[in-house]
Design a protein around this ligand. Structure first.
Ligand code: FES
Length: 222
């Protein structure tokens, strides 16, 4: 399980982020998110606004973005919410980074299906490149986090990097992806298994074969 710590409040943090405000683009998105909810329910937009704030911080720092405490306070004020309520949301969901991250946030799934399919080797591949859990690498490119199941078990092992998932990984395939990202390229997302499109069976079907051509009812055979 990933350890999560809030970046401590400090005069330096206040000096850098105390004046945070949405740019006009993010402000328009924030207002549109709030407008999706009935009058008086603007707080329901808190997850969207935290995400927008994190993305703006990412743009300003050329990283994947994170949520300094003054930025969380800004969102709370924007929505007229107690700060602790916004903190509760920000600290609960793994999608919010509570401390600075690198340009690429590499989240390796270590839950059982991914573990059985080689996530230890995937983690070792990341560590070989100078990534350490919870830290920004010396070159500022990477932050490594181990996460729980990301819902891609059928194409395990997998990692999420920023907004994209990379699945059916081997150490070699992950190296190709990380090299491409470091060069500023956009590698193929999703499954990395040649010939596989999503999570359809690899090779020939081995069960439920009667379902290929029709909606076969198996119940009589049970
Ligand atoms: S166990 Fe890794 S995606 Fe489900």
């Amino acid at each position: 399980m990933a350890e999560r710590f809030l970046e401590p409040d400090s005069p330096e943090l206040r000096a850098r982020w105390g004046g945070f405000a949405f740019t006009s683009d993010w402000d328009a998105k924030a207002k549109a998110a709030i407008a999706r909810y009935p009058e008086g329910r603007q707080r329901s937009a808190v997850m969207a606004l935290l995400d927008y704030a994190q993305r703006q911080v990412g743009e300003e720092t050329t990283t994947q973005g994170w949520l300094p405490i003054p930025v969380i306070e800004y969102v709370a004020k924007y929505l007229g919410m107690p700060i602790v309520r916004v903190l509760e949301v920000a600290t609960f969901y793994m999608m919010y980074n509570l401390a600075p991250v690198g340009r690429f946030h590499v989240q390796v799934c270590g839950t059982t299906p991914c573990m059985l399919r080689g996530s230890d080797d995937i983690m070792a591949t990341c560590e070989k490149r100078g990534m350490h859990k919870g830290h920004v690498s010396d070159d500022g490119l990477w932050t490594l986090t181990e996460v729980e199941c990301m819902g891609n078990c059928s194409s395990a092992p997998m990692v999420q990097i920023n907004d994209d998932n990379y699945e059916d990984l081997t150490p070699e395939r992950l190296d190709v992806i990380l090299d491409a990202l470091a060069r500023g390229e956009t590698p193929k997302t999703g499954t990395q298994e040649p010939g596989r499109h999503t999570v359809e069976p690899v090779g020939a079907l081995s069960n439920l074969t009667a379902m290929v051509g029709e909606n076969h009812d198996y119940r009589a055979e049970w």
